[in-house]
Structure formats: structure tokens, C-alpha cells
Design a protein around this ligand. Sequence first.
Ligand code: NAG
Ligand code: NAG
Ligand code: NAG
Ligand code: NAG
Ligand code: NAG
Length: 241
Amino acid sequence: MFLASLMALAMAASTASAQDIVYDSIHNVTPIVGTWSSGSQHVIPGPGFANPAQEAFTYPNTTGVGYSFSDDGWYELARYRFASNASEPNCIIGTVIWAHGHYALLGNGSIVLTPVGDGYQQVQAPCAATSNFVQNYNFTELMQSWRIFQDPTFGPKLHLFQFDGSPVAPLFQVSPDPNMLPKQTLRNVTATVVTVTSDGLITQETLTSRKRKRSGAPEMQRPMGAVVGLVTLAMLSAVVL
Ligand SMILES: *[C@@H]1O[C@H](CO)[C@@H](O)[C@H](O)[C@H]1NC(C)=O
Ligand SMILES: *[C@@H]1O[C@H](CO)[C@@H](O)[C@H](O)[C@H]1NC(C)=O
Ligand SMILES: *[C@@H]1O[C@H](CO)[C@@H](O)[C@H](O)[C@H]1NC(C)=O
Ligand SMILES: *[C@@H]1O[C@H](CO)[C@@H](O)[C@H](O)[C@H]1NC(C)=O
Ligand SMILES: *[C@@H]1O[C@H](CO)[C@@H](O)[C@H](O)[C@H]1NC(C)=O
């Protein structure tokens, strides 16, 4: 139901005009075009993070999230995080996500990010039946609102508020240019195998991921200090989303 309404939203998005966006010193001090990254700014979209053809990642040295926005309507997402399993706090679940697609700045101040469908996510869940796998990641995101402030030390700082109003970690401008992979479909997503584990964590695993398992999937190393900002997942479905 939620995804369906997001889809309808994405359709409506194309009719909105970016001219409604007000750029001023208390709201959006600079256009959103560029490369943005949270925290210590190591999670940066582009070729240094993801290799979609290989379904591979270069794991950043710290966790965080990064977004790039181009002036012709493309965005790219990079996210790397560790979360603890609520029922088993020692089972640290790592997820790393790459996706890209089209974004629309709506006249009412929201942003809709619609992926083209070639995104992927690696999930490392040491306590689950299948502990390390890659699956397709194709979720439309609604950002209710966004603001860019001028940080006296770090310069332009982007605040994104998600569909439920919860904030994405503040994003610092790494570059006024968008760091991103080619603006086209970069991965064949048709080859997937359905795998359902006893805890219901997996619905689909990519064929590449399944094949790679025989030679050992790459291990994510938890960066130092990652535990400090750990999100506790109440439900496993939060990982898959
Ligand atoms: C992580 O840090 C090490 C040591 O500083 C560096 O050699 C490496 O390139 C960094 N990795 C990434 C992905 O930035
Ligand atoms: C902007 O419009 C979209 C589509 O109608 C809606 O989903 C979103 O909640 C609106 N944003 C705000 C801030 O009202
Ligand atoms: C990705 O999601 C979009 C929007 O929901 C949908 O139109 C598209 O068919 C999906 N692509 C794939 C490969 O599943
Ligand atoms: C979380 O812990 C429970 C209880 O040990 C386990 O059954 C489940 O598979 C774990 N989930 C993940 C994703 O590690
Ligand atoms: C994608 O993979 C499927 C299944 O392996 C294959 O049949 C298809 O030809 C591939 N498509 C492209 C464009 O490579």
C-alpha cells in the first residue's frame, strides 16, 4: 500500500516545477546539485563505492550515507551501516546499499527519488541462516522536505527529512559536482534466485551472489567505533527495506 502510493507520487512528480524552490540563506543556501556525505564523509557515491556489474562494494572506512544529485535529474545513493539484532545484540547486521535513478524536486518542498531498478544491497547477518548475500534494492524514497544551511566550519549542509519526518544524518557538501556512476542501467537484475530462510529474512538473492558464495563472499569489516551509533532493529524487515 505504501509503495503503491509512492509510485503514484512518482508519477505526479514529473508535473512539478523546480522553479518553486526558494534559494535563500535560511532555507536552501545553495542548489542541491553536488555530492553530499554524512559524518566523516567517507561514504561517497560513485566508482569509489560501488561496482554494479560485479555487485561489489569498496567498503568505506566509516559508516554513513551519501547522496549525489545531478543538474539533469539523476541521483545516486550510497549507504553503509551496522545495526544490532534486537533479540540478539551480539548479532551485528551490516548492510551496504547502492542505487541510482531519477529525482524530482516537488513544488511543495518534497523530493521523490525513483530508482531505475539496478540497485543492490549486501546484507551480512552472522546469526541468520544465510549470513552474507546480495539482493536487488529498488525502493522509491520520499523526502518530505529538505533544507541546506551554511555551516560556519563545513560549508553547505543538507538536511533531508524522510517520508515519516525522521531526519537523514546531516549531509556535508563534498563537492558541488555530482560524483556518480554512468546515468544508465548498470546491472542485469533479471537473474535472481528465491531463497526463503526460516527467519524470513531473504526473499530474493541475485545469481551472482549465489555463485560467489562457493568461493566465499567478501566480508564487511565493522569500522572502529561503528558500535557507538548502532541502530537497534526491532524488526528484521527494517533491514530489507
Ligand atoms: C581506509 O583507510 C586506509 C588507511 O588510511 C586507506 O589506505 C584506505 O584507502 C581507506 N579505504 C577507503 C575505502 O577509503
Ligand atoms: C508534497 O506532495 C506529495 C505528493 O502529493 C505528498 O506526498 C507530500 O507529502 C507533500 N509534501 C508535503 C510537505 O506536504
Ligand atoms: C523498480 O521500482 C520501480 C518503481 O516501483 C518499478 O517501476 C520498476 O519496475 C522496478 N524495477 C525492477 C527491476 O524491479
Ligand atoms: C537475530 O537473532 C535471532 C535470535 O537468535 C535469530 O533467530 C535471527 O536469525 C537473527 N537475525 C539476524 C538477521 O541475524
Ligand atoms: C540477464 O540475465 C538473464 C539470465 O541470466 C539472461 O537471460 C539475459 O540475457 C541477461 N540480459 C542481459 C541484457 O545481459
